[in-house]
Design a protein around this ligand. Structure first.
Ligand SMILES: NC(=O)c1ccc[n+]([C@@H]2O[C@H](COP(=O)([O-])OP(=O)(O)OC[C@H]3O[C@@H](n4cnc5c(N)ncnc54)[C@H](O)[C@@H]3O)[C@@H](O)[C@H]2O)c1
Length: 318
């Protein structure tokens, strides 16, 4: 199998590439624009392998995307590339529109133009909007899309484009919507690596509002396994929710990290809430379980302990 993976120098794309190259007879080409969020170290274990190729490029540049897809003729394209930080999208949504919406459109057009057998879009639970803190509900794949911030609005737009291409042209798309990922190589702008980094350095740890908002989590390597299952056995035109089912208040995640690192809870600094901040995310995962037999391999705290150990080790090398 020959894969074209976009955003391969990012946190989740690099995990997927490492996973696929270590467990399958595949060749992978990745296109990545190498934005501030990328980290080539995350690909150091695969750079130089005969079956891996890196191309620096922007998926919103249609001519470039068409050239690459024509030359590579992959069996499938997996689109991880995106601007991903909600706070940045609130300051300026333009890059999000370009990479997340126009970028996805140029990939879909290339899939049609060169009859690529499969396009998988990596999406997010944020497209469903949020649930009240006191609710016990979860979102299903059929739940309506109600994104609440510019980032999630661009991701929902990309999902709708992909689904419209499937309906209009028969484009062979699948979509996965995942909860928050965590693990090695995540950019320190995100909650878990930020809290680990600051707790290790004894710096203030900013937490929005009172930290009461609830997120669901999945370890990044489990997410990679889930995407692998969809790619190999998922049905064309279908959406799959990915989650471990584990939910935790942000403040409790931060306190666990602080305790593990022997730091002081007084480092926590509550800041004014993010505008439009989503309260609670929760996904129903019955479809992934019953149709594709997916179950996460790590509990939240096993994954978090591994993640903390990884950042400690990385910090000791600097
Ligand atoms: N991190 C999460 O918890 C989470 C949860 C659900 C879904 N997602 C989705 O998963 C995907 C990957 O997220 P991540 O956390 O690995 O992101 P990331 O920010 O760590 O990495 C994104 C990568 O995409 C690249 N990129 C950005 N714009 C590009 C463009 N126009 N052309 C080519 N490359 C470009 C960046 O250089 C970077 O390497 C995204 O689509 C995101 O919306 C993330």
């Amino acid at each position: 199998m020959k894969l074209l993976v976009t955003g391969g120098a990012g946190f989740m794309g690099s995990s997927f590439i490492r996973h696929m190259l270590s467990s399958h007879d595949v060749s992978i080409t990745t296109i990545d624009a190498l934005t501030y969020a990328s980290d080539m170290d995350s690909l150091s274990s695969v750079v130089g392998k005969k079956n891996f190729k890196f191309i620096k490029g922007d998926i919103s540049e249609r001519d470039l995307v068409f050239d690459i897809v024509r030359d590579e003729r992959p069996d499938a394209i997996v689109n991880f590339a995106a601007e991903t930080h909600v706070d940045n999208s609130i300051k300026d949504s333009s890059l999000f529109l370009r990479s997340n919406v126009l970028g996805t459109a140029s990939l879909l057009d290339a899939v049609n133009r060169f009859s690529i057998p499969r396009f998988h879009q990596i999406s997010t639970d944020e497209v469903y909007g949020d649930l009240p803190l006191d609710s016990a509900d979860s979102f299903y794949e059929s739940s309506p899309l109600r994104p609440n911030n510019p980032y999630s609005a661009t991701k929902a737009s990309a999902d709708l484009l992909a689904l419209s291409y499937h309906r209009t042209y028969g484009t062979p798309v699948t979509i996965s919507r995942s909860v928050n990922n965590y693990g090695p190589f995540q950019n320190r702008e995100k909650l878990i690596p930020m809290a680990i980094d600051k707790a290790m350095k004894g710096e203030r740890i900013p937490v929005y509002s009172k930290g009461e908002n609830i997120r669901s989590w999945i370890y990044v390597e489990d997410h990679s396994r889930a995407v692998e299952k969809i790619l190999l056995s998922g049905r064309i035109g279908e959406i799959y929710n990915i989650s471990s089912g584990y939910e935790e208040r942000n403040i409790d995640v931060v306190k666990y990290i602080i305790r593990k690192l022997g730091a002081a809870e007084s480092l926590i600094e509550f800041s004014p809430d993010r505008p439009g901040h989503d309260k609670r995310y929760s996904l129903d995962t019955e479809k992934m379980e019953s149709e594709l037999g997916f179950k996460p391999s790590l509990s939240f705290h096993e994954g978090l302990d591994r993640t903390i150990a990884w950042y400690k080790e990385k910090n000791s090398q600097i």
